[in-house]
Design a protein around this ligand. Structure first.
Ligand SMILES: Cc1cc2nc3c(=O)[nH]c(=O)nc-3n(C[C@H](O)[C@H](O)[C@H](O)COP(=O)(O)OP(=O)(O)OC[C@H]3O[C@@H](n4cnc5c(N)ncnc54)[C@H](O)[C@@H]3O)c2cc1C
Length: 464
């Protein structure tokens, strides 16, 4: 049963906040750290190539099968290195997350993604040819030998198979036909695939056999990557969930199909979060505990309360409206780079498509008066303009302007039209936009076309 519309607790979120305690905002993004990470990544790649080249004796290269063995080894080394970079990109390292946001990191993860799989598949083929040439035997015969007689090769082959499966499942057309949860489980096999392939490199790779120093360095690189993943994806979320002990306090309806969930927790005054950030929420209730979904905090915290606002879309978001008070919650985050701290100009324009209002509402609350925000909210019908009074009150408070565009895209016009009409000084503002993919990209493209610099456009896609 949903609670009635306005209760004392939900009332707290309706008024524009808040005594913003400065220490509570998320630490600002430090672009220098991002640049340093890129330099380290490139240097690592160079080191791997140099290591591969220098460990190859020229006599081996000229021996029968030597060229294929050398090429195969290099493909394997570079492929493995890029696979580790892939892991780091989605390990939620806070410093990187604050610069690129989860969106940006996932985009890079996808860009790099095909390379390890292609390189490691090529490695398997070329190295088998090399071994077959050396042993003066057929490729299939050599493959049989690999599986039966070489240490750790069976595990490596199974690992490559799992990697291929996870890679194929991520190909756009296939992925779109799959339930997200199925794709996610298949994707998890990537971790197993990498673990299975680790040992054969040390046991057979010419760069490592008889070279204890490179063995130690390689093992340390792997151990550090695993440590980073375990720290940021598991240990930190568990520690944060235990510290704040969030529970559902109440669920109330904002509009047809849209609810707000107010949670209560401990030490929320110490939670470092900026307006516009989100958590991955794991509601510890039957049928929900095993999946974590991202929902943006739809207002700055009012300790001991925190609020999200959720639109029913599929199984998880529908189940949110049925949560019972007292349900425990585990959180991962806060994540997200669409925050007030990201802006490069004083002034901003905030654009929300549908439920993207959650992020825009919270960013608005975090802005100083000099931001003079122009806020544009798009919804297909008036009943879907949620958090409407709060938005109006906040916009008034910071001396901004609010425009509500109700109707289909055909009736309200595309982003280029409304940005041109409603924001005369667009190029002197940072643009924030949140909502469904098509809407966000329309606004981003229009803003760029109308002269806004790439780094002044901040966006979060809610469904992709
Ligand atoms: C950074 C971010 C912030 C978000 N904030 C809000 C919010 O404040 N309020 C709100 O109502 N919605 C928000 N969403 C969208 C919300 O996460 C999805 O609507 C929800 O996860 C859908 O799950 P489902 O099981 O109900 O639907 P499904 O039918 O399983 O999924 C519907 C679509 O939602 C997306 N989705 C599903 N699971 C995930 C996931 N784990 N991660 C990313 N996308 C997923 C996919 O595009 C999928 O096609 C946000 C999404 C992101 C990425």
């Amino acid at each position: 049963m949903l609670a009635p519309m306005a209760t004392t607790v939900s009332e707290r979120f309706r008024t524009g906040s808040s005594r913003r305690v400065p220490s509570r905002a998320a630490p600002p993004p430090r672009v220098g750290i991002g640049r340093a990470a890129v330099v380290v990544g490139v240097l690592g790649l160079v080191a791997v190539v140099v290591l591969g080249v220098t460990s190859e004796a020229s006599a081996d290269l000229h021996a029968r099968g030597g060229v294929a063995m050398f090429l195969g080894g290099m493909l394997g080394l570079v492929g493995m290195y890029l696979a580790l970079v892939q892991l780091l990109l989605i390990s939620r390292i806070p410093h990187l997350e604050r610069i690129l946001g989860q969106d940006g990191l996932v985009r890079w993860h996808r860009r790099v993604g095909p390379w390890p799989i292609v390189l490691l598949s090529a490695h398997a083929i070329v190295i088998t040819i090399g071994f077959a040439q050396t042993a003066r035997t057929g490729v299939l015969h050599e493959l049989g030998d690999f599986l039966s007689a070489y240490p750790d090769m069976l595990a490596a082959v199974v690992g490559l198979g799992l990697m291929l499966m996870a890679g194929v499942a991520s190909v756009g057309a296939l992925r779109r036909r799959m339930r997200r949860e199925t794709w996610w489980v298949l994707h998890l096999y990537m971790y197993l695939a990498l673990a299975l392939s680790f040992a054969h490199v040390l046991a057979l790779g010419p760069t490592f056999v008889g070279h204890p120093f490179t063995q130690v360095v390689w093992a340390l690189v792997w151990a550090s990557t695993a440590g980073v993943v375990l720290t940021y994806r598991f240990a930190l979320p568990v520690a944060r969930s235990l510290r704040h002990r969030l529970r559902v306090a109440e669920v109330h309806q904002e509009a047809p199909g849209i609810v707000s969930v107010i949670c209560t927790g401990r030490h929320l005054d110490r939670l470092r979060i900026s307006g516009g950030q989100f958590f991955a929420w794991r509601f510890l209730a039957r049928g929900l505990w095993w999946q974590a979904h991202p929902y943006t905090v739809s207002a700055l915290p009012r300790p001991p309360y925190l609020r999200i606002t959720v639109r029913k879309l599929g199984d998880h978001s529908a189940a949110v409206s049925r949560l019972r008070p007292g349900t425990r919650i585990a959180i991962e985050g806060p994540y997200g780079a669409v925050t007030s701290e990201a802006r490069l100009h004083e002034k901003v324009v905030l654009v929300a498509g549908g439920i993207g209002i959650t992020s825009i509402r919270a960013v608005l609350e975090d802005l100083p008066k000099k931001a003079q925000p122009i806020v544009i909210v798009r919804a297909p019908e008036e009943s879907q303009l949620v958090l409407r009074e709060e938005m109006a009150a906040l916009v008034r408070k910071v001396g901004g302007t609010l425009h509500e565009l109700v109707g289909t895209r055909a009736s309200t016009g595309g982003a280029r039209k409304f940005l041109r009409q409603l924001v005369p000084d667009l190029a002197q503002r940072d643009v924030y936009v949140c909502g469904p993919e098509g809407f966000v990209h329309d606004v981003v493209d229009a803003a760029r076309a109308l002269g806004v610099h790439r780094r002044c456009v901040h966006y979060e896609v809610y469904q992709w």
